[in-house]
Design a binder for this molecule. Structure first.
Ligand code: ZN
Length: 113
């Protein structure tokens, strides 16, 4: 499953970070998932539960925030919400707007001690 390898990757990022900070416990982790990142938040949450077992993230409070898709029209600079890559500009109908938000998939913050 796609989300499972992402969950494993997130655990690796947290483990590396905790190692650099000489931390023994990760208390909180915040993950940002964009609407257009191709990741299903529910599936990622489910996979995180399995991936954190016996890792430094076990017992950490995990929060996943969802970032809605947003694009800017290349022709008229109008900014609007998008839910896929096929949306045309609602004000001038130009296709292929530039996606400016919603592709992110990242660890936003980590609280260690
Ligand atoms: Zn436009």
């Amino acid at each position: 499953m796609h989300e499972f390898s992402i969950a494993v990757n997130i655990v690796e990022i947290a483990t590396d970070y905790a190692g650099r900070e000489n931390a023994k416990v990760v208390k909180e982790i915040e993950i940002e998932v964009g609407e257009l990142s191709g990741v299903v938040v529910d599936a990622l949450e489910f996979c995180m539960e399995a991936a954190v077992k016996d890792s430094i993230l076990e017992g950490a409070e995990t929060s996943i925030s969802f970032v809605p898709g947003k694009a800017r029209c290349n022709a008229c600079s109008h900014e609007f919400e998008v839910h896929d890559f096929l949306t045309v500009c609602p004000s001038c109908n130009t296709p292929a707007p530039e996606v400016i938000e919603g592709r992110e998939l990242r660890v936003k913050s980590l609280l260690v001690e």
